[in-house]
Structure formats: C-alpha cells, structure tokens
Design a protein around this ligand. Structure first.
Ligand code: NAD
Length: 493
C-alpha cells in the first residue's frame, strides 16, 4: 500500500486536518501552524493549525449562534450522536492508541486506558439528554413550581498534555449532551490526542457544524476564551498557577470556572500492611506515565515499623522497571513530555538532595527518559515533599500515629487524591481525618472512572466535579425556577 492509500484508510487521515483548526469545518487558523513532536524520538508526527486570540473570539460568537438550534435538537438525536462518538473510540482504538502512545510518550496500557475511558465518557453522556431535567417543587403559593435544568450556552474546555484525550472528552461529551456548544483548546504539545481525535469522532458521528470547534493554541488562546463574552463556562484542567489566572478572569467576567488543578497526593501504608503489595501499589502510583498525572503518588507515608522494608522493595522496583521508547513495547516508563518538564523534575531532585535527601534509586536522566527515583531523608519543607514534581519520583517518609499521618497529609495545600493501604477499619478512621477530593482504600492514588465524581479541594481545584449524571448536570447546566398559573395572578396594586 502506498503512503497516500494508507493515509486514506486511516480514520485520523492527516491530509484532512494537516495545518488546520476546526470551526465549521477544517480550516487554516490565523496563527502559525506548529509541528507535533514525538517525545521518545524527536520525530515530527504532524503539523496542526493554530488559532489566534481573534479566532477564539470569532469561535465564541459562532458557538453562541449554533447553540440554540443544537439545544433544540431532539434528545434522541443528541444521544445517538454521543453513542456513535463512543463507537468511534471502540472501533478505532488501535489506531488512536498508537497516536496517544507516540504523541504523549505513553506505554500501551495507558494509551488503551485513554481510548477506553473516552468511549465510556461518550456512552455515559448519551444518557444525559433523556435524564430528568430538574424537579417538580411543592409550593405554598397557588401555582405549579419547577426547578429545571437548561443548557449553560457556550462551554470552553482547556486541557493539559498528560492525559489529553480523557481530560478533554470528560467535559466535551457531557457539555454537548446537555445542549451546549463547545470550544475545545488542547495543550499545543498534544493537539492530536487532546483535540483532533475528538473532533474526528464527532465529525464522523454526524455532529452539526459549529457545535464543537477545535482551537489549537497556547495560553493566549485559552486566555481569550476566558474573556470572550459568549463563553459562559470554562472547564479548565491544568496547573494550579494557570488555574488561578483562569479563575481570576472568570471571576472578573462573571463566568463559571471548573478548575481541576495540581496535586501532591499521599499514599499511606498502615502498620501490618502487606509490604510487597504496598510497594507494588506505591510504584504504580508514582511511576505510571512517568509520574505526569495529577493523581500521582507524590508523598509516600509509611508506618515506622515498615519504612525500611518498604524503601528496599520500592528501590528494587525502581531499579528494574524498564525505561525507553514506548513503541518498543518493552518498557514500563516512556519519556517526559519535553525538556522543560524534565528540567523541572531534575531541579526539584537536586534541591531535595541539597536539603538533605538521600537518593535511594534514580535521580538521573538520559535525554527525556528520567529514571524512576526514590528519595528518603526528607522533612515536610523539603521541595521534593512540598512541591508537585510531575515526574517519576517517590519521596518516602515515616510516621508513627494515625493523627500524625493525617496532620502530614493535610499540611499540603493540595487535596486531590489520597490512598490508604492496610487495615480497613484504621483506614476508614484516617479517611475521616483527611481533606481530599478522593480517598482510595487499598488502591493507589491514580483512579478515574467515567461515572465517578472526580475533583479536588484546596489548591487542587474549586471543588467542582466531573463524572456521573449528578456532577455533570451540575457542571454544565444552569437552573431555572419556573412557576406557572392558569390565569394572571391578582395583586393589590
Ligand atoms: P498548564 O496549566 O501549563 O496547561 C494546561 C492548559 O492550560 C494548556 O492547554 C495550556 O495551553 C492552557 N493555559 C496555560 N495558561 C493559560 C492561561 N493563562 N489561560 C488559559 N489557558 C491557559 O498545565 P501543565 O503544566 O502543562 O499540566 C500539568 C498540570 O496539570 C499539573 O499541575 C497537573 O497536576 C495538572 N492536572 C490536573 C488534573 C486534574 O484533573 N486535577 C489532571 C491532569 C493534570
């Protein structure tokens, strides 16, 4: 088969979108196109168009015009489009998964998770158009009274590089299902997995033109969406620093912002826990996708009776997990997304050492491949304990009592995910004491299911939630109080 023939049989078919963004069809953006690089090899995978701030304002106006008709589309027709988009991710999982692997530097299992969850997000969202749209209220007045859910209007989705497909589709699918139009702005390092794939899925599913637009772009394009008057909701997933700026702009412009931000998640090993299983959970929690996950276990708190054994088991794993090009199929860890992220990881490890930490394993890199790293000898102020590293680094500290563990967990400004390994009764006591959007007992910190309400507290976010009917309806609709009388009411004036 020639290259052109294989391109044409490809569902992503780059000749459709090469150098383009999507407004009412694939078209050139006003900013300079950029190359998408494969972090493992440095090869150029594709070129995508880039949207300017002016493109973002124009997209918002277009989205507002398209929204009324989309909201008036029959629920069964909206549901069918969502189901077909879900089928797209199932049918083309192999081709899409390979893009995810190469573009994000992911091992096969992580890529398969992204396409699997993307399908489920669409299938779950397909239930939303027929979900009850509010409540019938009782009233002391002589009228019928309803609280009904109406679409919010235009939703902007801004997503990061690490799990670009899931972190985009988890907002795009329910927002569309509930009658909103959507503008998606993925991270410019992963615009295919975070954008093109989703756009192609809905294009193939028959979504009317203009209902979903894809604006590849950087911070300026995202910032323009926070200013555009027609955008009513911003669903942002990314760093706490950028989230603060988005939240400020949203506040100034009186928009709703759902902010899903960073984390510094604790994995706690209770006395009596099975050491081998705990170290396996800890290694997975810290090293999956090179630690570039908001839920990565960034602090391992191990009961003092088990600390030595836990550190040796974790060290053993870190020293033997293979690191390399995920396309070789033989690795557990792939590359870091780019040198800026890698340099930040290494800066924190070096600063941790300077502040007294011991490097039990790793602490080195080759190009973008960072070795799984285990650190001990830390105090709460050590940068490797206090900061979100976003790399494959497992800092370990001991504790003696549940109260002390809770105090250490809660001393972080973040509050996204906590894992507690060991006796369930003790774990439940600790779960009651920690401030966290998610707590997982006898599982590690990285957990996401399309029907579970996902989100953090404190510096991890504004407490908004994605996932499941209740959270998604809350996130992507407005509530209208509607009262009705058979005749005009009498008044004393
Ligand atoms: P980032 O904040 O730099 O970028 C995320 C997205 O925001 C990108 O699309 C970027 O272009 C855009 N952006 C940046 N500045 C902006 C601005 N001022 N206005 C509008 N948009 C802007 O994030 P990153 O460092 O690339 O991603 C990693 C971070 O994301 C980590 O902190 C991680 O914990 C967090 N994250 C959180 C979750 C969650 O669900 N809580 C999930 C994944 C990642």
């Amino acid at each position: 088969m020639t290259a052109t023939e294989s391109e044409q049989t490809s569902i992503l078919n780059p000749s459709l979108w090469d150098g383009k963004i999507y407004t009412t069809g694939w078209t050139a953006g006003s900013a300079e196109p950029i190359e998408v690089k494969e972090p493992a090899t440095g090869s150029v995978l594709a070129t995508v168009g880039m949207a300017s701030a002016a493109d973002a304002f124009a997209a918002a106006t277009r989205a507002a015009k398209a929204q009324k008709e989309w909201a008036a589309t029959k629920p069964e027709d909206r549901a069918a489009i969502l189901r077909r988009a879900g089928d797209f991710f199932v049918t083309h999982a192999a081709e899409l998964g390979e893009w995810v692997q190469r573009e994000t530097g992911a091992i096969g299992a992580k890529a398969a998770l992204e396409t699997h969850v993307a399908a489920n997000e669409c299938f779950d969202a397909a239930g939303l158009p027929h979900h009850p749209a509010g409540d019938v209220l009782t009233s002391n007045a002589d009228h019928w009274s309803f609280a009904r859910r109406t679409p919010a209007g235009v939703v902007a989705v801004i997503s990061p590089f690490n799990f670009p497909l899931i972190l985009s589709i988890r907002s795009v699918a329910p927002a569309l299902a509930l009658g909103n139009t959507v503008i998606l702005k993925p991270d410019p390092r992963t615009p295919v997995s975070g954008g093109v794939m989703i756009m192609r899925a809905f294009e193939e599913a028959g979504l009317p033109a203009g209902v979903l637009q894809l604006l590849n772009g950087g911070a300026e394009t995202g910032a323009a969406l926070t200013e555009a008057p027609e955008v009513r909701i911003i669903s942002f997933t990314g760093s706490t620093a950028a989230g603060r700026k988005v939240g400020e702009a949203a506040g100034r412009n009186l928009k709703r912002a759902h902010l899903e931000l960073g984390g510094n998640n604790a994995l706690i090993v209770l006395p009596g826990a099975d050491l081998a299983k705990a170290a396996s959970a800890g290694a997975f929690g810290s090293f999956l996708h090179q630690g570039q996950i908001c839920m990565t276990a960034g602090r391992h708190l191990v009961h003092e009776s088990l600390t030595n054994g836990y550190v040796s088991a974790l060290r053993e794993k870190a020293e033997h997990l293979p690191v390399g090009d995920p396309m070789s199929g033989q690795v557990a860890l792939g590359p870091i997304i780019d040198d800026r992220q890698r340099d930040n990881i290494h800066r924190i490890v070096e600063e941790a050492k300077a502040a007294g930490a011991t490097v039990e394993a790793g602490g080195t890199y080759d190009n973008l491949f960072y070795s799984p790293t285990v650190l001990t000898g830390l105090d709460k102020e050590n940068p490797a304990w206090a900061e979100e590293i976003f790399g494959p680094v497992a800092p370990v500290m001991g504790f003696s009592t549940l109260e002390e563990a809770a105090e250490i967990v809660n001393s972080s400004e973040y509050g996204l995910s906590v894992s507690i390994l060991g006796d369930v009764g003790e774990a439940m006591k600790l779960a009651d004491m920690v401030h966290s959007g998610k707590v997982h007992i006898n599982e590690q910190t990285v957990m996401d299911e399309s029907n579970a309400p996902f989100g953090g507290v404190g510096a991890s976010g504004t407490g908004s939630r994605f996932g499941g009917y209740t959270a998604n309806i809350e996130a992507f609709t407005e509530t209208q109080w509607l009262t009705v009388r058979p005749d005009i009411a009498p008044y004393p004036f």
